[in-house]
Design a protein around this ligand. Structure first.
Ligand code: 5GP
Ligand code: MN
Length: 344
């Protein structure tokens, strides 16, 4: 779709613009990698570009090139609003609906008169963007930003900063190149990024081998709390606020925990329930293997969504009620959960 619009985009970008780039709330590796990758690219053209994250993100992402230029809407409110109001172009990356930027920022984005762009791989995108590049088959938004730069005929301009940022998001969203959306093309893009200066081994180290002792202890607790429902090939983890406090929880500490539940032999559906006293919700992370759509389940029952095999959601009930609800809805999916795994 965007290919037919690419010459219009080229014309738009041919003169200096005020540009704002926005990832989703609670940004992950793909959200920060894609926004900062695009930031470094647009900066090659004398635009005034700012990445505005809705809120803070984990420390393991804070080494990314350009990280020190990122504004946080939640704590740098005035400055962020003024940049959004002044923007000619706004790129929204790695999300599919304004509300994913959080309630306050969503309102400001909606009010803005800027030309909107969406680059995203989540299911059921809203249609607020004039220029929309949405493809749910893509491994990551970072792979799409690479494609976007290539469509603009600028792949030779990709430098080490752009390559490093894009590598991070492809790596984190594919679970280090193992999830089914990882294609030959994904590996080819990764190859190009290494050629352009992404230091692959160092990047893996920066993201995955910078654990705190507390985080590993919290993982230990999460694994002790793991429950299995073998007949429905389901496993789930709970973490209460008290448990998070006990191990001095920091943003990002529970990233990836849900995958341990999914790694159990025979399990095709995994969930993690994390209490947030501050937000007064239970945050829900859902993962699956094969055709079982956690996007659909989250949309139907937990106010969320995402992808077929990875989705988020929330519950406004307490932990006990949430778990009871979760267990009570599983029989609705009995056919999908207890029948053959479709080869996955
Ligand atoms: P996580 O469990 O890591 O928070 O989220 C898994 C995936 O689902 C990520 O790609 C995330 O962006 C997406 N996701 C999380 N919450 C929501 C939501 O409320 N709506 C949509 N559309 N996607 C979500
Ligand atoms: Mn993503």
């Amino acid at each position: 779709m965007i290919k037919t619009q690419i010459s219009k985009i080229k014309t738009l970008l041919s003169t200096p613009k005020h540009i704002v780039i926005v990832p989703h709330r609670n940004p992950d590796g793909d959200a920060m990698g894609s926004t900062l990758g695009l930031y470094h690219y647009l900066n090659l053209y004398n635009h005034q570009t700012t990445v505005i994250a809705p809120n803070d993100y984990p420390d393991f992402l804070k080494w990314l090139p350009g990280d020190n230029s990122v504004l946080k809407f939640e704590t740098q409110h005035e400055e962020s609003i003024s940049l959004i109001e002044k923007a000619d172009l706004i790129f929204t990356l790695d999300f599919n609906a304004y509300h994913r930027a959080g309630h306050d920022m969503a309102g400001v984005l909606e009010q803005s008169k800027a030309i909107k762009f969406m680059i995203d791989h989540h299911q059921q995108p809203d249609d607020y963007a004039k220029y929309m590049y949405s493809d749910v088959s893509m491994s990551s938004t970072c792979e799409m930003v690479y494609n976007f730069i290539e469509m603009l005929g600028d792949e030779t301009k990709i430098n080490a900063a752009i390559a490093t940022c894009l590598y991070v998001g492809i790596m984190t969203d594919t679970g280090s190149f193992r999830f089914p959306a990882t294609t030959k093309r994904t590996h080819e893009v990764i190859g190009c990024l290494i050629e352009k200066g992404a230091e692959n081994s160092q990047i893996h180290n920066n993201i995955y081998d910078t654990n705190s002792y507390n985080r590993l202890q919290l993982l230990g607790r999460a694994l002790q709390n793991l429950k299995v429902i073998p007949e429905l090939r389901t496993a789930y983890i709970t973490l209460s606020q008290a448990e998070l406090d006990e191990f001095n929880f920091k943003k990002g500490d529970t990233e990836g925990f849900v995958n341990y539940a999914l790694s159990l032999k025979g399990i095709i559906f995994a969930a993690m329930f994390t209490e947030s006293k501050q937000d007064q919700i239970i945050k829900i992370s859902l993962r699956s293997k094969g055709d079982f759509s956690v996007n659909e389940l989250s949309r139907a029952h937990f106010h969320g969504g995402g992808h077929t095999n990875a989705a988020g959601g929330r519950s406004d009930d307490n932990m006990e009620t949430t778990i009871n609800k979760f267990i009570s809805i599983l029989p609705q999916y009995k056919n999908q959960l207890s029948i053959a795994q479709n080869g996955h």
